[in-house]
Design a protein around this ligand. Structure first.
Ligand code: IMP
Ligand code: MG
Length: 169
């Protein structure tokens, strides 16, 4: 571990504000919060408790295939919610936006299901996502260009449980 990038208190305060922003951004209609597993699981569970309007929660599990070492941009859904997305506000929740490749493919896939709206909420954004052609509507923090772990983010499945976000040596 090199240093703590975002501590527990800082995250809690930001997540509370995001919850308020999301509550006012969706004054009406059905809201489905879709968490992208596994990385978003802690962020999503804290976030939905700060949203003061009715909503449903579901999850997506995406897997990249093709090239084994580099994210190829070919994404398939390993778990796909049963719920219909048609006519609903869909908020896709991600841990961190890096190249944006995964999110771009997912957004294209989900857009085909005719949601009323489709938006991204990411805890962290490295702001280097050249492959993402959708805006990140709700961002927790601009992330430093380091490898980050904790609060859901992993390195080889380690560190997900840390209550803060830290950079790795
Ligand atoms: P992208 O498709 O290149 O934007 O990659 C996004 C995914 O890569 C995230 O959902 C994370 O699982 C992973 N990732 C990217 N950067 C980091 C990092 O700094 N720490 C941990 N995981 C990361
Ligand atoms: Mg991930």
């Amino acid at each position: 571990m090199k240093r703590i990038a975002f501590d527990e208190e800082t995250i809690a305060r930001r997540v509370q504000q995001l919850g308020r922003d999301i509550s006012t951004a969706y004054p009406d209609g059905d809201l489905l919060v879709l968490g992208l597993l596994k990385g978003s699981f802690i962020f999503l569970s804290d976030l939905v408790r700060q949203i003061e309007r009715p909503l449903h929660v579901d999850f997506l599990v995406a897997s990249s295939y093709g090239d084994a070492t580099v994210s190829s941009g070919n994404v398939k859904l390993v778990y796909d919610p049963n719920t219909s997305l048609e006519g609903k506000h869909i908020l896709l929740v991600e841990d961190i936006v890096d190249s944006g490749r995964t999110l771009q493919k997912l957004m294209d896939l989900l857009a085909e299901r005719k949601p009323r709206s489709l938006a991204i909420c990411a805890l962290l954004n490295k702001n280097i996502a050249t492959e993402l052609h959708h805006p990140v509507r709700f961002t927790g923090f601009d992330a430093p260009h380091e490898f980050l772990v904790g609060y859901g983010l992993d390195h080889a499945e380690d560190f997900r449980h840390l209550p803060y976000v830290a950079s790795l040596e």
